[in-house]
Design a binder for this molecule. Structure first.
Ligand code: ATP
Length: 590
């Protein structure tokens, strides 16, 4: 299949404002594409060359791409820069400048999806001395073989700014429809396999080449991150025991969730984030400790890494721990800010997949393989069926400054990628008004007024995720919580993913001044969830939607994907919990 056809599909996707249309366009293309090219097509649709856990990046700055465009089109760098300033998108610059050239230079044979993919892969793999010039030369070579519309998407792809925002759920629905004729028929199987390997292109090519039966055989593999199990919420200890009975109650630490894989072959250890990204290079101290403290040939364990304050002998808050997330000066930072890993689960041990084993068995295996030491520890826990004991453990944790507790069903397996009542979190926040945070996806922004005019941004339009519809529904207009410098920074970041119209996966009654693709997640604190006819989150025909009262941003862009943000369903639950708490409070005070 020609890459040109894929580029035309992306153009159609870019043009639609309806999520269903986007899905139809994609599924009919998947149906046509050959079995050997479906994996590359899926990677292109995900806007990545390989899954994030493989850690391969283009490492091409804008300036390098500008030079490649100039060379390929025979223009001066200054001309490229000038048009870029005007258009704000190097993809469009390449498209415009290559139109004329194309007529004279383009050879009659056009490139296939695989050929373009392979050339891009080669560019990404070039490293070391002289790599800047070689990368520019190779991109120039590729661009001279492309038509203008192909160049638009290749340039955007290299810069990581395709601005399509198709999203994994839409791709999974489209794959199901392409193979079975129905959007939902194969979706559970596709999703299960994806949850286990975090590589959607691998899932797609297995489905296309070997059929759905092979998908069912997907197993956990050391080296491929498993999408993490997540926790539901309940408002108090009593409700937790009522729901899951006797359970393990663990301290809820506030740091980085890590999934650590060790292969038997070569004793290779890799660390992945909550988002399946490579974090191995960030934690040399954890790797050294694992080698000393864990007795096993191969394993996959999970835990929370938290900064440790040696002087005060206590854990640092998240804002301090996060400073360990860096690419440079990693060793120096690790010495200044050591971390402790509180391990709480084991998913694989010495060749055996443990995800189907009950929690309590996994827990004893984990305990057995950890040698006592400073860095790797077991998460603190109790096992109880008594709500009072649970409550006491919770209070103790709160007074020690942790976030709260997570209660875990003793007989449950590890359900990759699922948020359900196998794990239930209880945080300090549910005990008063809404203090729990909400993760919103930014879909646009409003230009500033008054003092903010000079920043060009005054507020963000925040949404929560409607899983069933695969849409983002508005819940708040957020205008506080960032410093002046950060407002400018976020505007620049959002401008790089801005789109002309509201994105197809966004449902909004409010009109943002600038729309962008749903990509970045912010944690928001608010005083209360209220009802509002202006917002689409939870809005039904004659009922208003939900809104956040006094929303303010906490921290900075989160390491969560857009479809990992808070869902409309969770908002509904939090709204009910909030009512529940306030009624109890009133009764008590009567
Ligand atoms: P989520 O990860 O559930 O989407 P979130 O990132 O906002 O949401 P929380 O809702 O605060 O985080 O709680 C879940 C997170 O708590 C886990 O993802 C994990 O990082 C962390 N955590 C800390 N201690 C534990 C523990 N003992 N067991 C499981 N998770 C824990």
């Amino acid at each position: 299949m020609l890459f040109l056809e894929l580029a035309r599909v992306f153009e159609k996707v870019e043009g639609t404002t309806k999520r269903l249309e986007m899905f139809e366009i994609l599924s009919s293309f998947f149906k046509k594409v050959s079995r050997t090219e479906i994996d590359e097509t899926v990677y292109f649709s995900q806007e990545k060359l390989v899954p994030s856990f493989k850690g391969i990046e283009f490492n091409m700055a804008e300036k390098m791409v500008e030079r490649a465009i100039a060379k390929a089109s025979g223009r001066k760098i200054s001309e490229v820069e000038k048009l870029y300033k005007k258009k704000g998108d190097l993809g469009l610059v390449a498209e415009q400048f290559l139109v004329r050239k194309q007529k004279t230079l383009i050879p009659s044979r056009k490139l296939s999806i695989t050929e373009v993919y392979e050339k891009l892969m080669k560019i990404a793999m070039v490293g070391g001395a002289g790599s800047v010039e070689r990368k520019i030369g190779m991109l120039n070579g590729l661009l001279t073989h492309l038509s203008s519309i192909e160049a638009r998407y290749v340039v955007r792809f290299v810069l990581g700014r395709m601005r399509l925002g198709i999203g994994d759920p839409t791709i999974m629905d489209s794959l199901s429809k392409a193979v079975s004729g129905d959007r939902m028929k194969l979706r559970p199987e596709i999703e299960r396999a994806y949850n286990l390997c975090s590589d959607l292109a691998l899932v797609a090519s297995t489905l296309f080449k070997k059929g759905v039966k092979s998908l069912r055989k997907f197993k956990v593999q050391v080296g491929s991150p498993i999408r993490m199990a997540l926790a539901e919420r309940l408002p108090n200890a009593k409700d937790i025991i009522k729901k899951i009975g006797k359970c393990a109650v663990e301290t809820k630490y506030d740091g980085f969730r890590l999934q650590i894989h060790k292969k038997k072959k070569g004793n290779k250890i890799e660390i992945f984030s909550r988002n399946q990204e490579q974090m191995t290079h960030m934690f040399p101290d954890i790797i050294a400790a694992l080698k000393k403290q864990i007795k096993a040939e191969s394993f996959i364990i999970e835990g929370e890494a938290v900064g440790y304050n040696e002087e005060a002998d206590e854990l640092f808050p998240f804002q301090v721990t996060i400073t360990r997330k860096r690419k440079h000066k990693v060793k120096e930072k690790a010495q200044k800010l050591p971390v402790v890993l509180f391990s709480f689960d084991i998913l694989y041990l010495n060749g055996n997949d443990l995800t189907q084993k009950p929690y309590h068995e996994r827990g004893s295996l984990l305990k057995k393989i950890i040698r006592k030491g400073f860095v790797i520890r077991l998460a603190e826990k109790i096992v109880t069926k008594d709500p009072e004991k649970l409550e006491k453990f919770f209070e103790e944790n709160i007074s020690r400054g942790t976030e709260g507790i997570i209660a875990k069903r003793l007989d449950s397996g590890y359900q990759a990628g699922a948020r359900n009542f196998n794990w239930i979190k209880l945080k300090r926040s549910y005990k008063s008004e809404l203090k729990d945070t909400i993760d919103v996806v930014i879909v646009g922004y409003f230009k500033g007024r008054g003092k903010r005019v000079k920043f060009g941004i005054g507020a963000l339009l925040g949404t929560v995720y409607d899983k069933k519809k695969d849409e983002f529904k508005t819940i708040a207009r957020i205008g506080s919580g960032l410093s002046e410098k950060k407002w400018v920074e976020i505007r620049k970041i959002l401008d790089k993913i801005k789109v002309k119209k509201k994105h197809a996966r966004v449902d909004s009654l409010i009109k943002a001044d600038i729309w962008c693709i749903p990509k970045y997640v912010f944690t928001i604190k608010a005083d209360e969830i209220t009802k509002s006819p202006m917002h689409t989150a939870g809005k039904k025909k004659n009922e208003p939607g939900y809104a956040l009262r006094f929303p303010r941003i906490q921290g900075w862009i989160r390491d969560k994907k857009e479809d990992d943000s808070t869902t409309v369903k969770e908002i509904e639950k939090l709204f009910r919990m909030q009512k529940h708490v306030s009624t109890r409070f009133r009764i008590k005070n009567k």
